[in-house]
Write a protein that binds this ligand. Structure first.
Ligand code: NAD
Length: 409
């Protein structure tokens, strides 16, 4: 059955949900505070990998999709779904200002019976204590609230909104059932949980689990490096165990909008309960040390980098996407410069990073450091000088892995 949905925030999460909803016949109003983004979307231009232009165009032409900056248009919506950024502030603490702003913007326009769903990641208690409280305070006609944390993994070729099970927790049974009906129209599996707090905590558990394990493998890589043991071989050997082991790879840091951010939302819940997650605290320290460690490791392998011209290749936070949010490439470049290198960067997907444009592969460089290898990376014009990379890549036997090799110069 076709539903009328308004989605607040047309970014990675919001536009992905919009695309899935349009594809199964729902009517979607995409609301975003970014005027030029809205204008692009209304011209059928998608800024998100995985959301094809043809879906937007189909939505626009059939009248099933429209983007706007005007919140009053949501009065017709049966479901209003919020997917806005929940970053950290300068002190590394949760910043829910945009979420609160979005909630305050929708509240006066919601019609009686509208279901409000939050997909933005936030600390446990956000749906009940922030979203529902604020909306009911401004518009007492609204009773149905649900949280369904998004699990989209941009660029993942195997898992998408359809085949990734979705968790739904709500403040009452009818709200949960309405959300299940909505998500079931484009997700293979919807899992009901007993409270919104369970759903919020599950999301923070998933990403904290990854954050902590990445911290551990980064520490383990340092030990293997000192002992001269090729960590890539250790990880692939351990991965032959068919149960009880999940591989994580060492990296020059942790990037993206979720993994380095979400554990600090959980840390806020811990602080409110007069606790500290020592695992999160330690993993954060370990992960933040990696850019400096990686540059020191590069020096150990290549010799001093002072005065050398280094081309950093791949500055997004992971392969095959253009997203540079929280990318460790920034701190790696800073450390290379601190150690006296001249640094340029190249990325076939990222046009601008830290106010600079991508440099060509062809140039007078002394070495390349590949942080992220996009499928469409073309090093065809590379001069033949050494190429270092983060982990060993069997397809590039001449590249020197920062963490996968024995110590050598
Ligand atoms: N990107 C991911 O892979 C991912 C995965 C799971 C969960 N999440 C979570 O989903 C939420 C959204 O993340 P995202 O990656 O889609 O962010 P994004 O930055 O890609 O998109 C958010 C959009 O919201 C708009 N916006 C901001 N404030 C607004 C407001 N008050 N009113 C209307 N529009 C507003 C912005 O202009 C932007 O276009 C975050 O809480 C994030 O942690 C993201």
């Amino acid at each position: 059955m076709s539903m009328k949905i308004a989605i607040i925030g047309q970014g990675y999460v919001g536009l992905n949900v919009a695309s899935s909803a349009i594809s199964v016949g729902h009517h979607v109003l995409g609301i975003d505070s970014n005027v030029s983004l809205v204008s692009n979307l209304n011209s059928g231009i998608s800024h998100i990998e995985g959301v094809p232009r043809k879906v937007l165009v189909m939505g626009l032409e059939s009248g099933k999709y429209r983007a706007t900056v005007d919140f009053s248009d949501i009065s017709q919506a049966e479901i209003v779904l919020v997917a806005v950024p929940t970053p950290l502030n300068n002190s590394g603490e949760p910043n829910t200002v945009l979420l609160e702003k979005a909630v305050d913007s929708i509240a006066p326009h919601l019609s009686a019976g509208t279901l409000v769903i939050n997909e933005s990641t936030s600390f446990i208690g956000t749906l009940r204590n922030i979203i529902a409280k604020r909306i009911v305070g401004l518009n007492s006609k609204i009773t149905d609230f649900v949280v369904s944390p998004e699990r989209v993994d941009p660029g993942n070729p195997n898992f998408n909104i359809k085949n990734t099970p979705r968790i739904v927790g709500g403040l009452n049974a009818s709200a949960i059932q309405r959300a299940v009906d909505f998500y079931s129209s484009f997700c293979d599996e919807v899992v009901k949980v007993s409270t919104p707090e369970v759903a919020e905590a599950a999301k923070l558990l998933e990403n904290s689990y990854r954050f902590i394990n990445i911290g551990f493998i980064n520490e383990f890589a340092q030990l293997m490096n000192i002992m001269g043991i090729p960590i890539s071989e250790v990880i692939s050997s351990a991965s032959t165990k068919p149960y009880g082991f999940m591989p994580f790879l060492p990296n020059v840091g942790v990037g993206g909008h979720c993994i380095p951010v979400d554990p600090l939302y959980l840390q806020k819940n811990a602080r409110d309960a007069n606790l500290t997650s020592r695992y999160i605290e330690l993993s954060e320290k370990l992960n933040l040390e990696m850019p400096k460690y990686s540059v020191e490791r590069l020096e150990l392998l290549s010799g001093p980098i002072i005065g050398k011209h280094v081309l950093v290749v791949g500055v997004s936070y992971k392969p095959d996407i253009a997203d540079t949010r929280e990318s460790p490439a920034g701190p790696v470049i800073e450390n290379l410069k601190k150690y006296g290198a001249k640094v340029s960067w190249h990325d076939p997907l990222v046009t601008e990073f830290n106010g600079e444009k991508s440099s060509p592969i062809l140039g007078e460089y002394d070495l390349a450091l590949v942080l992220v290898k996009h499928q469409n990376l073309d090093l065809g014009t590379w001069s033949g000088k050494p190429i270092y990379c983060v982990n060993s890549t069997p397809s590039e036997p001449n590249w020197i892995p920062l963490f996968g090799s024995q110590n050598h110069k």
